[in-house]
Write a protein that binds this ligand. Structure first.
Ligand SMILES: NC(=O)c1ccc[n+]([C@@H]2O[C@H](COP(=O)([O-])OP(=O)(O)OC[C@H]3O[C@@H](n4cnc5c(N)ncnc54)[C@H](O)[C@@H]3O)[C@@H](O)[C@H]2O)c1
Ligand SMILES: O=C(O)C(=O)C[C@]1(C(=O)O)C=C[C@@H](O)C=C1
Length: 361
């Protein structure tokens, strides 16, 4: 693959664009929000220039409710040879595309099983998909050339392609992604009205269970609205388990020894079933985890500072793989941590110093 157009420069679109650009693909960026597009370009994800003619791959990475319409519209514009999306639900958008007059032969529904609880290009990273499953849902209509684009895309992002039927995919993600999101939110929701004295004690356990409760509700309402039945089926099973678990805990409070023994057996069964389920969660396959070096730069709290720092990094030929920002309390300044390949760290630090940035260390 030599050329691609990424439509939607948020977390997923920018991560794909960074990975493709790093492998030498010329990536064009499009977003209805010019700030997102500009930030993605400044991170080194590709060019804001429109392509001269049709590219090989158009990758649509917009929110679920506008996916099918965006694919249909880009097909009408004839921007690419093949059209792929990365939406978290697959059966509905494929049907919607046909209803909107799109061409199912030139389209392949895909879903990389990787993401974060943060949205937008600043949360993106080139290695997001490494070793992760990337679901491809070809149908009898899908042209071989378009399926091959999906396989090549997964390979370029160092992901593991998995071919599935769209409806089977939607049932599977109800179990491994959509219900866990709701359960995490439900556990975290108990903390909102809790006493500060209790919340102060939060340790690693609750951090692990509630990380994804920080996700963007707007995105998740769209995902869950596109897959309500399968998610309700799994959640109903969780609810039945919860009811039995509450019963077992109440039995543990009983003065009757036999009831207490039943309660303990019930709780042990839940914990052992949990061990068995957890043991089935596969590790991250393939590539070794990326290790980056961090260049820390102080910035003032003025509009455009971040875009300027990314542009300077780009001019130095350095790809910023990840970024974190710490705001100094009570001051109009902050620290930006730029994560880069180890060999690029001294290059970046020197280039930024030369351009007048306050680089730490
Ligand atoms: N976040 C995850 O963990 C994750 C993982 C895998 C797949 N997905 C899927 O990827 C897609 C994108 O998710 P994200 O997390 O990158 O979201 P995001 O909010 O970070 O980015 C979405 C981007 O699309 C742009 N956009 C919205 N409507 C548009 C339109 N009509 N035309 C052009 N651009 C438009 C927005 O401005 C934004 O930049 C979703 O369909 C989601 O289901 C998300
Ligand atoms: O790791 C996270 O933060 C995610 O939420 C990623 C996750 C998931 O559930 O695994 C979320 C939704 C996507 O459709 C794919 C991946």
């Amino acid at each position: 693959m030599r050329t691609a157009l990424v439509i939607g420069c948020g977390l997923i679109g920018t991560s794909v664009a960074l990975a493709l650009s790093a492998r030498g693909v010329r990536v064009h960026l499009e977003d209805r929000d010019p700030d997102q597009r500009r930030t993605a370009a400044a991170l080194g994800a590709g060019t804001e220039e429109a392509p001269d003619g049709p590219v090989e791959l158009a990758l649509v990475a917009v929110p679920p409710t506008v996916l099918a319409a965006t694919v249909a519209e880009s097909q009408r514009r004839g921007v690419a040879r093949g059209y792929l999306d990365v939406g978290s639900v697959k059966a509905g958008p494929a049907r919607e595309l046909v209803a909107l007059g799109g061409d199912p032969r030139g389209y392949l529904g895909t879903h990389p099983m990787a993401g974060r609880e943060r949205s937008g290009p600043l949360a993106a990273s080139a290695d997001l998909f490494e070793g992760r499953p990337w679901v491809l849902t070809p149908t009898a209509d899908t042209e071989t050339e378009v399926l091959n684009l999906g396989l090549e895309l997964a390979a370029l992002c160092r992901a593991v392609p998995v071919l599935m039927d769209a409806a089977a995919h939607d049932r599977a993600v109800a179990l491994v992604s959509h219900t866990p999101q709701l359960v995490s939110s439900l556990v975290a929701a108990r903390l909102a009205p809790a006493d500060e004295a209790a919340v102060r004690l939060c340790g690693q356990g609750i951090r692990d269970v509630t990380r994804i409760a920080a996700s963007d509700p707007r995105m998740w309402i769209e995902i869950l609205s596109a897959n309500p039945g399968p998610v309700a089926d799994v959640l109903a099973e969780v609810a039945a388990d919860l009811e039995r678990t509450v019963g077992a805990l109440r039995a543990l409070e009983s003065a009757d020894e036999a009831k207490r023994a039943d309660g303990a057996a019930g709780i042990e069964a839940v914990l052992r079933r949990g061990n068995a389920g957890r043991a089935r969660v596969p590790g991250k396959h393939g590539a070794a985890p990326a290790s980056y070096e961090t260049v820390v730069v102080s910035i003032s709290d003025r509009p455009g500072e971040l875009a300027r720092i990314f542009a300077d990094a780009g001019r130095a030929g350095v790809n910023v793989e990840d970024v974190r920002i710490e705001h100094a309390t009570g001051q109009r300044s902050g620290l930006v941590q730029l994560m880069v390949e180890p060999a690029a760290a001294p290059v970046l630090a020197a280039a930024l110093r030369e351009r007048g940035w306050g680089v730490r260390g």
